[in-house]
Design a binder for this molecule. Structure first.
Ligand code: CU
Length: 166
């Protein structure tokens, strides 16, 4: 005969409910970009990206899964053009959000998942499972910037990182 629910089982059930809620919330995460310079961003991004030979961009790859960025630390050199490949190898949607870093770069293009934004001012990059987003940019302002996945709960589970511009 089953007895009253043990505290441990109740806790497990609550954890599961939170996890499901976080997954559902993840489905609602979308790219957030602006076509106009936002406060604090690199205002002359268009002129900067127009002056660069993009065939010489360095390719860097970062993978997203449950619940980590791999690698969790990225480093870029100011003045250098990069193509950052952001690949979701997990089972749920993740995001790549680094406010300070986004304000420190001039973006040429954000593409992938059927979209292509030219010279966007980026706030959120959402990557559904098994998709790849590509961010072409020039690192402009040196600094150390926090990276996180903004899907509810994911950063608490350890989905954070650091981006350095030297
Ligand atoms: Cu995530």
């Amino acid at each position: 005969m089953p007895g009253p629910m043990k505290p441990r089982a109740a806790h497990l059930r609550l954890s599961l409910a939170l996890l499901v809620a976080a997954f559902l919330a993840g489905c609602a995460v979308r790219d957030v970009v602006s076509g106009q310079p936002l406060p604090g961003y690199v205002e002359d991004a268009a002129a900067r990206v127009a002056a660069v030979d993009w065939s010489r961009a360095e390719t860097v790859r970062i993978r997203l899964d449950e619940f980590a960025f791999q690698p969790s630390a990225l480093s870029f050199r100011a003045g250098t053009p990069y193509r950052l490949l952001i690949e979701n190898v997990g089972a749920v949607t993740h995001s790549f959000v680094a406010e300070g870093f986004f304000k420190a770069i001039a973006v040429e293009k954000l593409s992938g998942g059927g979209i292509e934004e030219l010279v966007p001012f980026v706030k959120t990059i959402a990557v559904p499972p098994h998709e790849l987003k590509e961010l072409s940019f020039i690192a402009v302002k040196p600094g150390a910037y926090r990276l996180e996945c903004t899907v509810p709960g994911h950063s608490l589970f350890g989905m954070t990182g650091e981006i350095t511009v030297r």
